[in-house]
Design a protein around this ligand. Sequence first.
Ligand code: SF4
Length: 440
Amino acid sequence: MPAPDLASYDRFVVAFSGGKDSIACLLTLLDSGVSPSRIDCYHHDVDGAGPGFMDWPCTTAYCRAVTKALDVPLYLSWREGGFLREMLRDGTPTAPIRFQTPEGLLQQVGGTGQPGTRLRFPQVTANLNQRWCSAYLKIDCMAVLIRAQDRFLGRRTLILTGERAEESAARAHYATFEPDRTDTRDGTRKRRHVDHWRPVHALAERAVWEMMQRHGIVPAPAYRLGWSRLSCIACIFGGNDQWATIRHIAPERFEEIADYEDRFDRTIHRTMAVRARADRGRPYVAAIEQPGLARAAMRSTWADPVRVPPARLATTGRCLRSQPRPELTGRSSSRHLSHQRRIAAMRSGTSYTVTRERDGSYRLHCCLPPVPRIVAVIAPVRDRANQVLGWKLKPLVVMHGARNRLWNAPDEAITATKLMTPGQAKAAVRAAELAAGPTP
Ligand code: SF4
């Protein structure tokens, strides 16, 4: 699908969430030579400019900082009362939508529809009637702000959104370019020509991260804390690890959501409450190790730089999430790997072996000649009471498949390296424990 002729449009409206894909939409326009004066970024505030409930408190401030750094105006739009008010609707109409305009006005539309009742969270489905948050808190906001502003009448407008085919089967079917739902080019009364372009639809995640890096854009804190997307912090699509991380960094927020599940007697996930899901998950290592960043992400202000020289950012998306660098400790150098252990490893059918260190961590050693060496450190992550929350894997060489998460046991982390089978990893850990003696 060829790109639309950008020179033929009068205005460009970017749905700007602050996530990497929406930033890539904006950068695509700027890279194509579109003047910032012809661009409006609209951020749909999921929590309705009210107290935080589902979304990251810092997101609006981060969006302001990025658009300011790129010299593009940012406007907000929201459904009054946001997610919480819509969810708690009980025999009342859906709330009006408000949006800011370039003239500095705050306009309001709707709020007088049919009464209705929700009293439940959106459901995890592609159906937007049941997953009502996307429709009511984002899609409707964009449609209303286009229809309600006469400045779009008699002109050609291009709306840009950041869905990518790679994200889901449903998104793969989205058209890259089509007339927008607000288009009335063939109407008889109010005519507006509005097209909808998804410029990153065909891009791989890596290409989007590279675009961010080229422009030196520091990713939103959510990515650096382990989230794969800048969605709501408590997005209904979150997995067990994500719920465990929310409980770790924002316990009050977590409990508020869990209490609503109890009250509605319906959970977000069809079969499991968020408390049970958090119990089954493990907090992201990046969130545990960066409590300062987690606290900053839960504030509604943002003071850190959002644009830096590109060389300061790592070259791949995963690295942009500021993974802590593993460090070697002197004591467990490969010189300590005994000849007998190497022989034992070879006999057990693997080229790797494991040692346990005095600090309670494990080392995964490659025994292959000519240079035996440590290839990974498996370290315990502890809470304030010094209880082990899980085990993190710190690769010291490139390891595809090693992921930024906590593992229940050291052998699970070792298995994640794909250098040992689960059985080999279990046996190697057991052997390391026997050799090292009682746990320190
Ligand atoms: S990010 Fe998740 S919870 Fe938030 S509006 Fe989108 S689908 Fe709903």
